[in-house]
Design a protein around this ligand. Structure first.
Ligand SMILES: Nc1nc2c(c(=O)[nH]1)N[C@@H](CN(C=O)c1ccc(C(=O)N[C@@H](CCC(=O)O)C(=O)O)cc1)CN2
Length: 312
């Protein structure tokens, strides 16, 4: 089923009569299913690249410390790489690793021609300055798109890599027929990883973009008045079940980027049970943006291998 935004919210495609979404349940934007489909396409592209070049794209993942969630994400990234024919190496460092030791490893990975993509799993332990580490990753191997050079290219509308979570969100909007051009997209959250780049990407010219974008954060006044104006509402604030039904315009597309643990359960930033009664389309947690994040990492690793081959 496809959806598009309009002045009156979201309507079912193929039904130009006045039947609005109010009489149908919210369309589920299933990130897990989309991720599987896209991973099939990436596997085929990797195979073509490897056959033509004799090079197997390779991702180096760096995990510092023992954060259990980070360990799961990195393991899932390794598994996803293997499933599409991308090689990967995990560099596990103890929690007490110094910044200098981590920078030394990054330097080695930058210089290693058989490594095409480098990712440093976040968050890092408190003794390490995140920015110093992310700045040290070669911009050409920066498959997370966190390096200032890559951020600058995104802002200028000529990206080398797109950051994985925002790019995953855009792909979900494209593949579920949510029209962004001319739509009012409201992003709640201004993190370096999601909010800031996503705001930039949605306002650019191009696919899944051309939106009128508002960014809200912890200091935003009259937040509900703003979120209720959104045709597309993206929650990336890191607060469990923060977005309630009365914050959502009927028929809006709601994308939940949050991943929070609440009473032993994984929940998003959106109170799914109540918001799905109002929204026209909604992504779940788990099974929404998360699997798409990893999928976009695979795409970026292939892009990095392609770019490095061109420049070598
Ligand atoms: N270097 C990076 N660090 C971090 C990133 C990132 O993009 N690059 N993002 C997050 C964590 N993250 C990827 O690293 C990530 C989080 C969640 C998922 C995911 O698939 N979640 C599943 C649920 C998994 C579970 O059971 O816990 C889902 O939502 O269905 C993938 C990637 C912070 N760090």
């Amino acid at each position: 089923m496809k959806w598009r935004t309009g002045e009156a919210g979201l309507r079912r495609f193929g039904n130009p009569a006045t039947r609005t979404i109010f009489d149908v349940p919210a369309h589920i934007i299933d990130g897990k299913a989309l991720a599987e489909k896209l991973r099939g396409e990436i596997a085929s592209d990797v195979s073509t690249f490897t056959n033509e070049s004799g090079v197997t794209p390779h991702l180096a993942a760096v995990l510092v410390g023992e954060d259990p969630a980070s360990a799961v994400y990195v393991r899932n990234k390794e598994r996803a790489c293997a499933n599409v024919g991308i090689g990967s190496t995990l560099h596990r460092l103890p929690a007490e690793t110094t910044q200098a030791e981590l920078l030394e490893l990054i330097g080695q990975l930058n210089a290693n021609d058989s490594v095409h993509g480098i990712l440093v799993q976040l968050p890092l332990p408190a003794q390490i300055e995140e920015k110093a580490v992310l700045d040290a990753v070669s911009a050409l191997k920066d498959v997370d798109a966190f390096h200032p050079e890559n951020v600058g290219l995104i802002v200028q509308g000529r990206p080398r890599f797109l950051p994985c979570t925002p790019c995953g969100v855009q792909q979900m909007l494209i593949h579920h027929g949510v029209q962004t051009a001319g739509a009012h997209a409201v992003v709640i959250g201004r993190s370096e990883i999601v909010g800031k780049p996503l705001v930039n990407m949605l306002m650019q010219k191009g696919e899944a973009a051309n939106a009128t974008v508002t960014v809200c954060h912890s200091r935003t006044r009259d937040l509900n008045d703003i979120t209720r104006q959104a045709d597309i509402l993206i929650a990336a604030i890191g607060l469990p079940l923060f977005v309630k039904a009365d914050m959502v315009k009927p028929g809006a597309a709601v994308i939940d980027v949050g991943i929070n643990r609440l009473e032993g359960k994984l929940v998003g930033d959106v109170d799914f049970d109540q918001v799905c009664e109002v929204a026209g389309a909604i992504s779940p947690v788990p099974g929404g943006v998360g699997p798409m994040t990893i999928t976009m990492l695979l795409r970026n690793t292939l892009t990095a291998a392609t770019l490095l081959r061109k420049t070598s």
